[in-house]
Design a protein around this ligand. Structure first.
Ligand SMILES: [Zn+2]
Length: 257
């Protein structure tokens, strides 16, 4: 993929936003064809700026970008989809931070990412739906992201022996890349994985979101086990614990306390 033209127009999702200098903002954006870019939006913090309100966090915009030596410059930006509930509702916002951070950690700058772009755009929309099951959106996002970036966990065959898994309780080994049967678990670092949790993971991994949202019903225990299994696997791949995972845990503790 050649580097983008000096000046080009693109749709973009705003992943991060920092104050920069007196009146500027430094943005991290995801574009379908040019991947993740760092871009400076000059003067947007001035009240008279035409771009103020068009570079909001998590929104989808139409941008005119110019490539510079170090950074891109945003010449124009127009909001297309604000995803307003993500900035107005603390829980939805926390999940948006989480999916964005996950995507950020698994992508390199300037690598074309049309599928990841479509997934993130869709996920931000699902998180806005009034009846959204936020943690189910997060689990779906995790599994689809892992497939897209080449770390799809093995859920149908034993990750060690490669034999087809029997319908019974199993184990999960992040290091081995998926489910490990009771015979092959010995001497490995594994987590127990119940059959209902394995079935939920398989369903989420192989179906589209509409079907998952309509049909997946998890007991609190299964929900917890599925979350812990994926968190363990993601942390193994990222090596560091995601800050926003801890943020969501803190929120949850606050709700329960
Ligand atoms: Zn096995």
């Amino acid at each position: 993929m050649p580097r983008p033209e000096k000046v080009f127009r693109s749709e973009a999702l705003i992943l991060r936003r920092h104050e920069f200098g007196e009146a500027d903002r430094l943005l991290t954006v995801l574009t379908p064809d040019h991947g993740k870019l760092r871009a400076i939006a000059k003067g947007v913090r001035k009240p008279a700026s035409h771009m103020a309100g068009h570079v909001e966090l998590f929104s989808r915009v139409q941008m005119l970008l110019a490539r510079g030596q170090e950074l891109y410059t945003v010449s124009q930006s127009e909001q297309v989809e604000p995803f307003l509930p993500l900035r107005e509702d603390l829980d939805r916002g926390a999940y948006a931070y989480y999916v964005v951070e996950l995507l950020d950690r698994f992508t390199e700058p300037e690598e074309p990412a049309p599928m990841l772009y479509a997934l993130l755009d869709a996920a931000l929309g699902w998180l806005c739906a009034p009846d959204a099951d936020l943690s189910l959106v997060a689990r779906y996002f995790e599994l689809k992201l892992l497939s897209l970036v080449g770390f799809q966990p093995a859920l149908f065959r034993c990750a060690v022996g490669q034999e087809e898994l029997q319908p019974r309780d199993q184990y999960f080994s992040a290091q081995d890349g998926g489910v490990v049967c009771p015979d092959h678990r010995r001497g490995r670092s594994v987590l127990p994985l119940s059959l209902p949790s394995l079935k939920a993971l398989r369903f989420i991994q192989t179906r589209d979101y509409g079907e998952v949202a309509r049909r997946v019903r998890m007991t609190p225990l299964v929900r917890q086990e599925v979350e812990r299994t994926l968190a363990d696997y993601l942390v193994h791949h990222l090596e560091t614990r995601l800050k926003s995972v801890e943020f969501i845990h803190r929120l949850r503790q606050r709700e329960q306390g």
